[in-house]
Design a protein around this ligand. Sequence first.
Ligand code: KIV
Ligand code: ZN
Length: 518
Amino acid sequence: MTDKERVLIFDTTLRDGEQAAGTAMTAEEKLAVAQQLERLRVDVIEAGFPISSPGDFQAVQTIARQVRKPIIAGLAHANAAAVDRAWEAVKDAARPRVHIFLSSSDIHIMHQLRKNREEVVEMAVANVARAKKYLPDVEFSPMDATRTKPEYLVELLQAVIDAGATTINVADTVGYAIPEEFAQLLLYLRERIPALGNTVILSVHCHNDLGLSVANSLAAIRVGARQVEGCINGIGERAGNASLEEVVMAIHTRGEFFNLTTGVDTRQLYPTSRLVSDITGFPVQPNKAVVGANAFRHASGIHQDGILKERTTYEIMDPLTVGVPGSELVLGKLSGRHGLKARLNELGYQPTDAEMVRLFEAFKDLADKKREVTDRDLIALMSNQRRSFDETYTLDHIQVSCGNHEVPTATVRIMGPGGQVHQDAATGTGPVDAVYKAINRLVNVPNRLTEFSVKAVTEGIDAVGEVTIRIESGGSTYIGRGADTDIIVASAKAYMNALNRLLAMGDVARAPEAVSTP
Ligand code: KIV
Ligand code: ZN
């Protein structure tokens, strides 16, 4: 048992994280992320912004009904329709929360809201009181709090607390704060609002425009904040939100310094990071703290020597603590289904029986091509598996001819709705261009390729290549990823993945939104 006080971890990957340009998740993908966040044991999942679109409402409602352990929050503007919609979406949760936000800085009040300070207090109070009629757990966020006059912030926050807010979330919306100054602001608020940090939870929500979101969040918990909001891999608007894995591991690793703890199962951090990266298509930079590919790799001879003698010479965290695969255990073509499943479980994945059937088939395929299947190959297989949501079109066959004296030519066969087979051929400036042109002839969905990247998952000439692309259509961006030992096939899979995503989301989640996001 620990006598350390607990900091609540509020994950907003599915709301603020999804606001990052070029991130759009299907309802199925959001549910998969929410289920993984439950395994990670975060305290609160902000599942979305229900009034923003019918698709988001549905995703929040599904998560509220199926993910039972954490609190499920729905975001709302400070207006009646948004509060009602958020409540409707979360009301079936085991522990629902409505999170209301309203700008508090003069810059926002004058230029964006075109109101005065008194009107803002009235709107905030009226809508907190409205939510309070539905449920006990109501969070209020003064948006752009760090550029708000502190005296006015006291007046506003005291008023919403009197109206029933149970969590106050001080938002550094534009990432403007500096750690010491942020801590001073929170102390100032606590001194003047006796309930804050006592009966009312003090929360912080920091953006990363100056690269200080984690430092600001940690400065805040030193002065009484007991909820930290952030996103896995630090994704989010502009430069992103505080990276939750970094906040959690700072508290975990420096527990004696903070005298605080979290309820997070840290071994799930790496699998969660992978899942979010796979689904959003936002790669994790190699030198990213905690979950980057190099976070536990030692290149210098002196460091390697130290690590071999005693791990703690150069490692402040044990990679196993954050779920980074430890031993590079190798499977091969003779490995069976049980061996594969056991290894996937050890890596933090819980594939369903149906997924196992597809995974085992893909594993055997890969083991035929590659003698040794490493943990990183298995992680790539899992990523591939996650991309196979309800697809309109699937890739069946692909044949390419190219060379320095050839016109690159591709023949592609795909399966369409109802199992119909379609085949066509095209030439291009290179083999990938030829494949994409052939697919375009078959699928016929106007779009523009804006990004294409390929990377090897493991070392060696037989490595699996992972292709990530972005396409644009109707003003929205869709991500596609594919992996294969043949990079032309991986490229085709990535394109099919992006097109299927466009077809699945184009009308629903990406329809012109009734309401803009915060
Ligand atoms: O950054 C912000 O101010 C927000 C609020 C909705 C909390 O995301
Ligand atoms: Zn935010």
